[in-house]
Ligand binder design. Structure first.
Ligand code: CP
Length: 298
C-alpha cells in the first residue's frame, strides 16, 4: 500500500515522476481536458485542523478525475466527540473509501492513521511535523517558474521552527544541489535536527544581505497556533515583512513563494509585482494532488 506520510517516503526519482505526471494533468486541472481515471473511487478528507487550499484542492483534484469525496471536517462532527479513538475512526472510515487524506494537530498522527488503515493514507499536515504534498507542489512551482530544481539560491524566510512546510521542504531540498539561506528571528530558527539534514549546505543570513542574490524567496507565516507561550508569540509577531521596496531589489527572474495563508508577512502591494507567484503556487496544488491521488489509488 502506498501511503504518503513524509517526503522521505519518496526517492528523488519518485518525486520527479510525480512532478512529470502533474505536468500532464495541468490541462485537466484547468478543465480543458476530461480524464476520469478515478471514476468509482472515493476519497475521505479527514481534517482536524482548518484548511482551505489542501482540503479543497484535494477535493477538486478528485472530482476532476471523476472520483467522489466524503468530508469529515471536525472532531465535533464525528463520533470522536463521543470518545471514539483516532485508531477506531480510521479503521472504520478506511472501509468506506479508497484513500484517506488526513490533517491533524498532532505530529505523528498521520503515521498512526496509516498503521490503522486498510487504504492508503496521505498526510495533509501533522502538527509541526510534515506536509509532503505541499512540498511536492512547492518543488513543482520552482521547476515551472525557474525552469530547474538545482543550481538555485533559495532563501527560507520566517517561522522555520514551527512551519511544517519548511520542515518537509528541507527534507526534499537535500536531494537537490542548491544554495540555501535561513532567514528568521532567532527564536524561530530552524531546529538542530533539520540543520543536520542539510549537512552544512545552508547558512543563516539577514534578508538585506542576500536579497539581491536569491532566485526563490520562500516566505512563511508565524505559526501562532503552535506557540505554547502567548508572550513568546507576541515578541515575534510582525517582526518581518516583505515590502515592495525589498522586492524591487530582487534580480530578474527571481520569484516569491508562500504556502499561504498569509497574515501580514507579505505586503499586499507585492501581489501585483512580477515576482509574486504564491497564488499560482496554490493553483499548482490541483495537478500535483491529481498526480498523488492517481499514484496511491491506481
Ligand atoms: N498551504 C496550506 O496547507 O494551506 P491550507 O492550510 O489552507 O490547507
Amino acid at each position: 500500500m502506498k501511503h504518503l506520510i513524509s517526503i522521505d517516503d519518496l526517492s528523488k526519482d519518485e518525486i520527479i515522476g510525480i512532478l512529470d505526471k502533474a505536468e500532464d494533468f495541468e490541462d485537466v486541472a484547468l478543465g480543458l481536458r476530461s480524464c476520469k481515471i478515478l471514476e468509482g473511487k472515493i476519497l475521505a478528507n479527514l481534517f482536524f485542523e482548518p484548511s482551505t487550499r489542501t482540503r479543497i484542492s484535494f477535493e477538486t483534484a478528485m472530482k476532476r478525475l471523476g472520483g467522489e469525496v466524503v468530508n469529515v471536517s471536525a472532531q465535533e462532527a464525528s463520533s470522536m466527540a463521543k470518545g471514539e479513538t483516532l485508531a477506531d475512526t480510521v479503521r472504520v472510515i478506511s472501509n468506506y473509501c479508497d484513500a484517506i487524506v488526513i490533517r491533524h494537530f498532532l505530529e505523528g498522527a498521520a503515521r498512526f492513521a496509516a498503521e490503522n488503515s486498510s487504504v492508503p493514507v496521505i498526510n495533509a499536515g501533522d502538527g509541526a511535523g510534515q506536509h509532503p504534498t505541499q512540498t511536492l507542489l512547492d518543488l513543482y512551482t520552482i521547476r515551472k517558474e525557474c525552469r530547474r530544481l538545482e543550481g538555485l539560491t533559495i532563501a527560507l524566510v520566517g517561522d522555520l521552527k514551527y512551519s511544517r512546510t519548511i520542515h518537509s521542504l528541507i527534507k526534499a531540498l537535500k536531494l537537490f544541489k542548491n544554495k540555501i539561506y535561513l532567514v528568521s528571528p532567532e527564536i524561530l530558527a530552524l531546529p538542530e535536527e533539520f540543520l543536520e539534514e542539510l549537512d552544512g549546505n545552508a547558512e543563516k543570513a539577514k534578508l538585506e544581505d542576500i536579497i539581491e542574490s536569491v532566485d526563490v524567496l520562500y516566505v512563511t507565516r508565524i505559526q501562532k497556533e503552535r506557540f505554547l507561550d502567548e508572550e513568546e508569540y507576541r515578541r515575534v509577531a510582525g517582526s518581518y515583512r516583505i515590502t515592495p521596496e525589498i522586492v524591487s531589489r530582487m534580480k530578474d527572474g527571481a520569484i516569491i513563494l508562500h504556502p499561504l495563508p498569509r497574515v501580514d508577512e507579505i505586503d499586499v502591494r507585492v501581489d501585483s509585482m512580477r515576482q509574486a507567484r504564491y497564488f499560482k503556487q496554490a493553483f499548482y496544488g490541483v495537478p500535483v494532488r491529481m498526480a498523488i491521488l492517481s499514484e496511491v489509488m491506481l
